[in-house]
Design a protein around this ligand. Sequence first.
Ligand code: HEC
Length: 127
Amino acid sequence: MKHLFFLLVPLFLLGETTFITPIEYASQLYKNPRGIGCQHCHGNKGEGKIIANYIDKKVEKSFGGPVINKLDFQKFYTALNVRKQGMPRYFLTDREIQALYLYLHPTEIKSNKKELSKQKQSVQNVK
Ligand code: HEC
């Protein structure tokens, strides 16, 4: 009987793992945001990425997504709410944008607990 108890406990704990942490959620959203994943153009951590090099009128050029893990929230939020050349238009909610920002700037937020309320403030300013 005692053994059965110990067998049931891990099963119960397994059920708990269906809840994901905010960082896991943000990471999944970044890679699968109701459209092409951000990492294809901006790299896994938003470090920027070159997708193609090409020659245009004899001048070497490259196409890719810029670095997006060192932006302030205002700039990040605005970029996702306007038309950007070379980037698909996403229709993300404010919370989704906040989650993505958190994913790309984790240390900034950890070191400054007021960051989230500051973010909410700047969302209001953009609107
Ligand atoms: C098909 C490639 C592509 C995908 C996918 C893409 N982007 Fe971009 N993104 C770009 C390009 C190219 C630019 C630069 C546009 C410009 O300079 O006007 C850009 C610009 C940005 C900027 C503004 C950067 C700045 O310095 O102002 C942000 C923020 C951004 N992207 C976030 C995202 C997020 C978040 C996702 C996923 C939801 C995403 N992008 C998906 C190509 C892409």
